[in-house]
Design a protein around this ligand. Structure first.
Ligand code: C2G
Length: 152
């Protein structure tokens, strides 16, 4: 029985997250995912669209995920590795080298990220849709205003 652990925010879950979790699960028999709490994300300077409860529910619903735990701080990893008898800690390569100290407790791997998809780019695209919609509404109202003025 090989148990694997990873951590993340997993906001607006996308194919990049799913690819990472499925690749990690394929390396063992059980995958535990630490989902960052809203309080911890504030510490990380991250503002999420979905709150902890929803992000944990969505991650937990994935077939490749066996257990979801809250990630409350940076230092809980070594305790979790001992508590859950972790064999392998894995995370995306944007964290390359950042968790090497855990190698005294278990195997540590960094997996290449899925290119050209991120929660940040999704948020940007959504905000653009919003501003375009607002722009269209404004144009429509300006048109109506012109008609009203013409009728005066
Ligand atoms: N990821 C990926 N490909 C992408 C986007 C994300 O492989 N296109 C991976 C990240 O590398 C990370 C995981 O998906 O391993 C979750 O990413 P985030 O939700 O952005 O998590 P992060 O804020 O990096 O939190 O203690 C560690 C932190 O909790 C990591």
């Amino acid at each position: 029985m090989k148990t694997i652990i990873t951590y993340g925010t997993f906001d607006l879950l996308h194919v990049g997250h799913v690819n990472l979790l499925e690749r990690l699960r394929a390396l063992g028999d059980k995958l535990i995912v630490g989902v960052s709490t809203d309080e911890f994300n504030l510490l990380k300077g991250k503002q999420c669209i979905y709150g902890y409860a929803e992000r944990a529910r969505i991650v937990g619903a994935l077939g490749c995920v066996d257990l979801v735990i809250p990630e409350n701080n940076w230092s809980q990893k070594s305790g979790d590795i001992k508590k859950y008898n972790i064999d392998l800690f894995g995370i995306g390569a944007d964290w390359q080298g950042k968790f090497d100290e855990l190698q005294t407790l278990c195997e540590v791997i960094y997996l290449p990220r899925t290119p050209s998809i991120s929660t940040t780019s999704l948020k940007k695209a959504l905000s653009q849709i919003d501003s375009e919609a607002i722009q269209k509404i404004k144009q429509g109202l300006d048109g109506v205003l012109d008609i009203v003025k013409a009728l005066e």
